[in-house]
Ligand binder design. Structure first.
Ligand code: GRG
Length: 361
């Protein structure tokens, strides 16, 4: 019993004894008073129970152990990724080796984890989401390989290792990216469990396709290239938000939405997930821009201060470092609000949202 209900009980008991003493003089008045006190007591107990329930739920979601969760998911994801590209004839050894080199080079595996967590939130299983989770990581890896090419960001370090074109040459790196992209769609269509409604699988394939095209990775990257070196003040916050919504946030959005679709979510539920993911996607990029100027090359596993060198517009350049941190936190808070209706079931997604702006690489 908490203090609130203890007080209410004392109040009730004191009222009861007074009522007995005075009852002979004013019976009706005293009965009403006693009833009022009983009602007050019952409503205090009810309120008390609700507070305890809320406190328990808050504790439970706070006690959710993200590290253990990420580690266990990462293990099954890595196994599925490794199995997803296999050379079956000697002629494909080189292309498969190059694809696997980047796919298995490490990485946080955020997109696959988001997809699985969203699927599980709606009652689906890890196995239901795994082929899409693998496809998302293939698409993401393809975009990293192409982004690092000399004609794009021209980088020689990724995930702590020489970039794909440094190891295999530009020609093979381009083709490894292309092969990962096409294999991603084949993988979803062929390996998603047959227990899932084919229309839901088709929905996922459409979402994946859209996330790579003109209103996805490719469109975001072209706008980014166009804005590069435009000079101080020429790139607005609106331009920057458009670039990163398409280059970064869209794939995270598709990861969460696809997981929800595969888990059996309704249209409205998928929309709430999309809202959540778009905000964490933008927060992810704000955090990335902050890390670019605050973390070392060793911590990042890629060249630090690259955006400064390339004369790129970033959130810290437009907003300042402190304001960028505040903006990232605001985006994450807004994202978390979109999942409030799911209570404890959203614990993994909520914890990932916090991690996205607290990460160090
Ligand atoms: C070829 C059709 C086609 C499209 C590619 C190159 C390109 C177009 C887009 C670039 C997309 C890109 C590299 C965006 C940056 C996204 C980002 C923040 C990457 C870092 O993601 P993390 O931190 O990396 O999840 P890890 O290594 O942990 O997986």
């Amino acid at each position: 019993m908490t203090n609130l209900s203890r007080c209410a009980l004392l109040f009730l008991l004191s009222g009861t004894s007074t009522a007995f003493t005075l009852q002979s003089h004013h019976p009706t008045f005293q009965t009403n008073k006693l009833q009022q006190r009983q009602e007050l007591f019952l409503s205090a107990v009810k309120e008390d129970k609700e507070t305890v329930k809320e406190e328990k739920e808050e504790k439970k979601s706070k006690s959710f152990d993200l590290n253990t969760y990420l580690l266990s998911k990462k293990e099954t994801i890595e196994t599925a990724l490794e199995a997803s590209v296999q050379s079956k004839v000697p002629q494909t050894n080189k292309i498969c080796e190059s694809m696997l080199y980047s796919l298995m080079a490490g990485g946080k595996r955020i997109r696959p984890v988001l997809c699985i967590a969203a699927c599980e939130m709606f009652g689906g299983s890890e196995a239901d989401a795994m082929p899409t989770a693998v496809a998302l990581e293939m698409i993401h890896t393809m975009s990293l390989i192409h982004d690092d090419l000399p004609s794009m960001d021209n980088d020689d370090l990724r995930r702590g290792k020489p970039t794909n074109h440094i190891k295999y040459g530009d020609d093979v790196a381009i083709l490894a990216g292309d092969a990962l992209l096409s294999t991603s769609f084949e993988h979803v269509a062929e390996n998603t469990p047959k227990t899932i409604d084919p229309l839901r699988i088709l929905d996922v394939v459409v979402r994946l396709g859209k996330s790579v095209g003109p209103v996805g990775l490719a469109g975001g990257q072209v706008m980014d290239l166009e804005c590069e070196g435009r000079g101080e003040g020429a790139v607005t916050l609106e331009d920057l938000t458009w670039i990163h919504t398409h280059k970064t946030a869209t794939l995270l959005q598709v990861a969460v939405a696809s997981g929800a679709v595969l888990g059996g979510a309704t249209k409205e539920e998928v929309e709430s997930c999309e809202k959540f993911a778009l905000n964490i996607g933008l927060a992810f990029q704000v955090a990335d821009d902050i890390l670019d100027v605050t973390a070392s090359t060793e911590e990042l596993g890629k060249t630090a201060a690259k955006d400064l060198d390339a004369d790129k517009t970033t959130f810290p350049k437009l907003l300042g470092l402190e304001e960028s941190k505040i903006e990232a936190k605001r985006l994450v808070d807004e994202a978390k609000d979109s999942l409030s209706q799911y209570g404890d079931r959203a614990a993994p997604l909520l914890a990932i949202a916090d991690y996205i702006i607290q990460r160090t690489n």
